[in-house]
Ligand binder design. Structure first.
Ligand SMILES: Cc1cc2nc3c(=O)[nH]c(=O)nc-3n(C[C@H](O)[C@H](O)[C@H](O)COP(=O)(O)OP(=O)(O)OC[C@H]3O[C@@H](n4cnc5c(N)ncnc54)[C@H](O)[C@@H]3O)c2cc1C
Length: 399
């Protein structure tokens, strides 16, 4: 395993952002190592509704069939519940997207890791980034990594990619600036329920609360409730997640507690205690950020995985070119596509809207998503390798 300590790119984090980045870089002929301190196929705190852009990319990369084969149900309609009113919208087939999907992260992340390995990337689980290494001029040129036995060793890399989530060590060690911060955050409580009689995605909105039902693998629905962070921390439900979940569902729709009253969830409910969104500097000399490491927004708009996949492709394209201009283009495109989604997610996460306002916010969200899908569609095929091995040229100038 330690025969090669030198790579074109070291990707830290091997979930949706990191594994997708490693896969795409390897398909373009780059020598890539991805590491993750977590285990292969493990779960993470996240619901997992994919939007059109994410499905479009998984389809184009040839990954979607694997998820379908593993029984991920097709989602062909979305129902929005605004108070007593509900609207069902059929998913219109276009750009190779026949339906939406919400694979469990145990499946999605593992499938992307498998695809990265198939493309020639090395992916090591149980390995932790400890530090970045730098040249005398300050440029990042690799990392110190700890193996599962606790031994530290050095990996040389032209580029170190932080795909290591919201608390990114790469961002901290590289000194990435935070260029934008959100103002609001929701707390999310969710669980997996069998025998829920609902078709497609369902999203419920009432002032102060949101909820959702997401069909996923093994005949389960992921049911979630989102409330303002302060209400969970300071409210009467602070120490009782089940009571908080049921009360938030009741506020979203009085019929919802009945929906989940019969079937027992698989295991305890999960709680995400909330975090305000941020946008970090996307790259610097010898390093770049992708996925939540560089850009996080409140999960109530269910768009983080879709954007992580988007940025994986943008960054893989930039890395293949390897010039300062290409990385600058990565940053500019990420920011241009992200900012409308970031702002509207933050506004929705405030949970201070009335029902007319949330409808208007959803219109804004819809426009931002359409723009993103159009951009992704023009990015083209990211399938077979297009460059010979070992052809990366990371420009030497200090970025
Ligand atoms: C409650 C909740 C619900 C959500 N629901 C949705 C949804 O429905 N749809 C959607 O699209 N998005 C959703 N999201 C957002 C989505 O989860 C994230 O956008 C997505 O996980 C980002 O993927 P990532 O690969 O960037 O980071 P992560 O999934 O956080 O992966 C980072 C990886 O880096 C590894 N790592 C960290 N530090 C190190 C280190 N030092 N060394 C080695 N490895 C390291 C970790 O082990 C981890 O595996 C939700 C988020 C939350 C919190």
């Amino acid at each position: 395993m330690f025969a090669h300590h030198s790579y074109d790119a070291l990707v830290v984090g091997a979930r949706c952002a990191g594994a997708a980045t490693a896969m795409l870089m390897a398909r373009r002929g780059l020598r890539v190592l991805a590491i993750d301190r977590a285990g292969y196929g493990t779960d993470t705190i996240s619901t997992h509704a994919l939007m059109r852009g994410g499905v479009l990319q998984l389809h184009r990369w040839g990954v979607l069939p694997r998820l379908q084969e593993m029984g991920t149900p097709a989602v062909r309609e979305t129902t929005f519940h605004y108070g007593d009113e509900e609207f069902t919208i059929a998913i219109r087939p276009s750009n190779g997207v026949e339906a939406l999907y919400a694979p469990r992260r145990t499946l999605l992340d593992r499938t992307l890791v498998d695809a990265a390995r198939d493309a020639g990337a090395a992916v090591w689980h149980g390995y932790t980034l400890l530090d970045l290494t730098r040249r005398s001029d300050g440029r990042v040129c690799g990392a110190t990594v700890q193996d599962p036995a606790g031994n530290a060793f050095t990996v040389k890399a032209d580029l170190v990619v932080g795909a290591d989530g919201v608390a990114s060590s790469v961002a901290r060690l590289a000194g990435a600036d935070t260029v934008r911060e959100g103002r609001h955050a929701t707390a999310v409580i969710f669980g997996y329920f069998p025998r829920i009689d609902l078709t497609g995605y369902h999203w419920w909105y009432q002032p102060g609360v949101g909820a959702g039902a997401i069909p996923t693998n093994d005949g389960r629905h992921c049911i979630f409730a989102a409330i303002a962070l302060g209400r969970l921390r300071n409210g009467p439900w602070r120490d009782d997640r089940t009571a908080a979940f049921r009360e938030a569902l009741r506020q979203a729709d009085p019929a919802l507690p009945t929906l989940v009253a019969g079937p027992r969830p698989d295991g305890p409910l999960c709680v995400f205690a909330g975090r305000k969104g941020f946008l970090r500097q996307a790259f610097g000399p010898g390093w770049a950020l992708v996925g939540d490491a560089g850009y996080f927004k409140d999960p109530l708009t269910a768009h983080g995985i879709t954007d992580a996949l988007r940025d994986a492709e943008l960054l893989a394209n930039a890395s293949t070119t390897g010039t300062t201009a290409a990385f600058a283009d990565y940053a500019a495109t990420r920011d241009a596509l992200s900012m409308p989604l970031f702002e509207v997610s933050d506004a929705i996460a405030a949970l201070d809207w009335d029902l007319d306002q949330i409808r208007a916010l959803h219109q804004t969200l819809n426009h931002a998503m359409k723009r993103e899908v159009e951009h992704l569609y023009t990015m083209g095929d990211a399938g077979p390798p297009v460059m010979p091995a070992n052809s990366i040229i990371i420009e030497e100038e200090v970025l």
